[in-house]
Design a protein around this ligand. Structure first.
Ligand SMILES: Nc1ncnc2c1ncn2[C@@H]1O[C@H](COP(=O)(O)OP(=O)(O)OP(=O)(O)O)[C@@H](O)[C@H]1O
Length: 294
């Protein structure tokens, strides 16, 4: 579906209240009888992220070359590909760090990401986790999560912030989710590499992103930490949409084994080389040649 069709659909939705919509605060459902407002995340067409014919050039070299990609709401999509395939540059386009020379990028069917600044994109519900953990090393685990909550930008979150009980409950639930309940009062700098990664993911989640972009999240983790991270991501799938860039094929296997139909995308030279189930892309001769066979 083209963004024009999406926009036409969105216009129709504006005329036909009763269509499903998601507001910027991340609240899904309870939308019947409501009009889709400008800036609201509209998932009526099923896609949370839509990239169409994106090209990014650096001094004439096309790091991204006519890339098109669509991620469904609630989907966990793994993206693999050789070094230099353009995976990080693609994330840079989605988050507003890099402006493409051409193409379209939509969040839901109505929010044009190419019109927004980096901080605006973060505040509408796109969270990004870089490869290296960036937690506040001098603060405790609890304080890191508390700080992330204070930085939540939605009105709803600011109001909830006054409710001490609710705030504590939320941090408590997050500590449990990221397996750091017993380390709540530990200084973050003393955590293992894997625990720091989980803490940073928890800090992102405190801001209730609808779409999470995760760049090589298990690099440097032990096997056990990697398995736990897979469990964590699988528990987020559905409520959040996740795009996971990873080289670790065991991790990709763990993320996809619950559902044989789950899609994996292979990037190569700035474009989609293959897309399909893990079994399909692993059996694809071109993929084996440029990536998996190496
Ligand atoms: N700012 C830049 N200036 C010039 N070239 C760049 C720039 N950023 C990326 N590139 C080039 O664009 C290509 C794609 O890089 P990118 O980092 O997106 O690939 P990647 O798939 O994330 O690779 P890796 O798996 O190694 O992280 C590479 O050839 C890289 O050297």
């Amino acid at each position: 579906m083209t963004p024009e069709l999406m926009q036409a659909g969105a216009a129709r939705l504006r005329r036909e209240p009763g269509a499903a919509a998601v507001d910027g605060s991340g609240d899904r459902g309870a939308s019947y009888g409501r009009v889709v407002q400008p800036g609201q995340l509209d998932l009526a067409h099923g896609a949370i992220l839509y990239l169409d014919d994106i090209t990014v050039s650096f001094d004439g070299f096309k790091a991204i070359n006519a890339l098109s990609l669509s991620i469904s709401a609630g989907e966990l999509r793994c993206i693999i590909g050789p070094n230099g395939a353009g995976k990080t540059t693609m994330m840079d386009v989605i988050t507003g760090k890099t402006r493409p020379d051409a193409g379209k990028a939509f969040f839901g069917s109505t929010i044009d990401l190419l019109r927004l600044r980096e901080n605006e994109i973060a505040s509408i519900g796109i969270g990004r986790k870089f490869q290296k953990p960036t937690v506040f090393e001098q603060l405790t685990v609890f304080e890191n999560l508390e700080l992330a909550l204070k930085h939540a930008r939605t009105v709803r979150a600011s109001m909830a912030f006054r409710l001490d009980g609710a705030q504590l409950d939320r941090i408590g639930a997050m500590l449990e989710l990221i397996h750091l309940k017993d380390s709540a009062q530990r200084t973050a700098g003393l955590l293992s590499h894997g625990q720091k990664q989980w803490l940073e993911i928890g800090m992102l989640l405190m801001q209730d992103p609808k779409l999470l972009l995760l760049d090589e999240p298990v690099a440097g983790m032990t096997d056990e930490e990697t398995e736990r991270t897979a469990e964590l991501f699988l528990s987020l799938e559905g409520n959040h949409s996740l795009v996971v860039i990873e080289h670790d094929m065991k991790f990709i296997h763990e993320l996809t084994q619950d559902n044989p139909a789950k899609k994996v995308t292979v990037l190569h030279e700035g474009s989609v080389l293959a897309e399909g189930t893990l079994a399909q892309v692993q059996a694809n001769e071109k993929v084996v040649e440029v990536y998996l066979g190496r």
